[in-house]
Ligand binder design. Structure first.
Ligand code: HEC
Length: 269
């Protein structure tokens, strides 16, 4: 190799950047909305349980302004983390957030400008959504793929592994279980947790007892396809629209998690 070629190769290896891991520190929404045009939307509001009109800023526009790399991160399956003032931090698929028509609401248009939020009851107290409330025109209020956090303050992005690695199947799990894990994150995790990672609308499914240690596979498959055939007024939506093979993969995933139980702080339990 000539000296010249060696130098060229050395230079190339320096200038070709490593693939950027999506790991964006929180950005304050108050900074992002500066110099963006507000929009008006009407939504079917899950918090107030009626139609509401808001003024706010398109989420996708805020995300592109916050991070030039955001499209690449979305293509890698990264998660958008939505952090509220009290630290509550649900997340949703970043690609879905970028493609959707979400609006970060700054005021309720059915209220006077000097008192822009309608209080709502939460437990024994009354809350308002201020400072910001993420709303989704055209999305059904019970669609678990979308998040409607109120008292929202910051946006950040985490890689899929950073967010869900603690609930991934053991390394030796089958391909079906690996596929089931992805399906579970997409369809079930908005409401259920595994190893305490995920939502809490539905029960935790792995610790301390794995769901397949006390439910048979046959009943679980039937329950997932039609929860209301087991429990009247079940709060779980039906997943009868998923191909049977996907439902089986999800149950395989859940079953594989018997071998990987992690409790608080990622410690074995
Ligand atoms: C919108 C929220 C929501 C989603 C999404 C959801 N569930 Fe549920 N699930 C619940 C709730 C709430 C219960 C509690 C019992 C009930 O209401 O029937 C439940 C109960 C269950 C149970 C029975 C556990 C028990 O002992 O009560 C299983 C198993 C289950 N879900 C699996 C799944 C799987 C697998 C998926 C994804 C394909 C899923 N769920 C998606 C809300 C949800």
């Amino acid at each position: 190799m000539t000296r010249c070629a060696a130098i060229l190769i050395a230079l190339l290896s320096i200038t070709v950047p490593a693939r950027a891991e999506p790991a964006a520190p929180p950005v304050a929404i108050s900074e992002l909305i500066k110099s963006i045009e507000p929009v008006t939307v009407t939504v079917d509001d899950p918090v107030y349980k009626k139609a509401k009109r808001y003024e706010g800023y398109p989420l996708a526009q805020l995300l592109r302004k916050a991070w030039p790399e955001v499209e690449a991160w979305a293509a890698e399956g990264a998660e958008l983390v939505l952090t509220a003032v009290d630290g509550y931090a649900p997340s949703m698929d970043l690609a879905r957030a970028l493609a959707g028509e979400g609006v970060v609401a700054t005021r309720d248009l059915d209220r006077p400008a000097n008192d822009p939020w309608e209080p709502f009851p939460k437990g024994r107290t009354m809350l308002t959504p201020e400072p910001y409330y993420l709303v989704w025109p055209g999305v059904a209020p019970d669609d678990p793929h979308y998040r409607w956090p109120y008292k929202l303050a910051h946006l950040s992005v985490a890689s899929f592994d950073a967010r869900y690695g603690g609930a991934s199947p053991p390394a030796r799990a089958s391909g079906q279980a690996q596929k089931g894990f992805r399906l579970f994150v997409q369809n079930c995790m908005p409401c259920h947790s595994v190893n305490l990672i995920g939502g809490n609308t539905g029960p935790e499914l792995n610790v301390p007892k794995n769901i397949t240690e006390y439910w048979t596979t046959r009943h679980m498959l039937a329950f997932i396809a039609a929860p209301e055939s087991y429990r009247a007024r079940s709060k779980m939506p039906s997943f009868g629209h998923l191909p049977a093979d996907d439902r089986t993969a999800i149950v395989n995933y859940l079953s594989s998690m018997k071998q990987r139980k992690l409790c608080a702080g990622g410690a074995p339990c």
